[in-house]
Design a protein around this ligand. Structure first.
Ligand code: ZN
Length: 227
């Protein structure tokens, strides 16, 4: 890959899922000195594809020691229970997302149709840092798409894993959150503003994958969305 990810120990596990409609998702695997951090999992039934991807980079499911969920939506967290049949990973998400993952509340966007709940071991907050082979991975609170949505930022490589705070599946390299899927658009726009304050050289969106776009594009997006 000839982009900011190429030698960063940060791997995009882009997968096409054939469901009611075709869905392309991008869970991320980040190498650390004790194995892998997985950022988002995928919907129920996607763990087989995940396993194939991990084998491709020399790992298996049992090497995942930490799963970070950007938020609780089923297309990100639905496969987590199945993954945990294969590894003893710690599960981390923002405290506002945890009740949905744990099954104390139904997922906001699929009420009554919930995925298998799992325990959350660690509740994330702004500024939490996880040491990785790509340098620290820093939690950035980016609420709006979901109440406790988080993005992950690598200051050394200036790469941002945006989750669903940004989208890259349109005609332009990087777009703001999609209003039809966003719970609180005003907060989501403020989150884009917060991200635009970081030094960013490349962005990975869960929907759309890697975008060759940085701080300048984010500032431009924020200015447009704010109007
Ligand atoms: Zn999503």
């Amino acid at each position: 890959m000839s982009n900011a990810l190429s030698d960063a120990h940060v791997h995009a596990l882009t997968t096409r899922i054939e469901a009611d409609e075709t869905l392309t998702i991008t869970p991320m695997a980040v190498e650390t000195d004790r194995g892998l951090v997985l950022v988002d999992v995928g919907p129920a039934g996607s763990v087989g594809a995940l396993e194939v991807h991990l084998e491709g980079i020399g790992y298996d499911l049992a090497d995942v020691w930490l799963v970070v969920l950007t938020h609780h939506d089923a297309d990100h967290a639905g496969g987590l229970a199945e993954l945990l049949d294969h590894t003893d990973a710690i599960v981390a998400t923002h405290r506002e997302e945890a009740p949905y993952v744990r099954g104390e509340r139904d997922p906001i966007k699929s009420e009554g149709d919930r995925y298998l709940p799992v325990d959350v071991d660690l509740e994330l907050a702004d500024g939490v840092r996880v040491p990785t082979l790509a340098g620290p991975m820093v939690v950035v609170e980016t609420p709006g798409h979901a109440p406790g949505h988080v993005s992950l930022y690598f200051p050394e490589s200036e790469v941002l894993l945006a989750g669903d705070a940004l989208v890259a599946d349109g005609d332009v390299p990087l777009e703001g959150p999609k209003p039809e899927y966003t719970l609180d658009m005003d907060r989501a726009i403020e989150s884009v503003g917060d991200l635009a304050a970081l030094e960013i050289d490349g962005v990975v969106c869960y929907h759309g994958g890697y975008a060759e776009a940085g701080t300048e594009r984010l500032a431009e997006l924020y200015a447009t969305l704010e109007e």
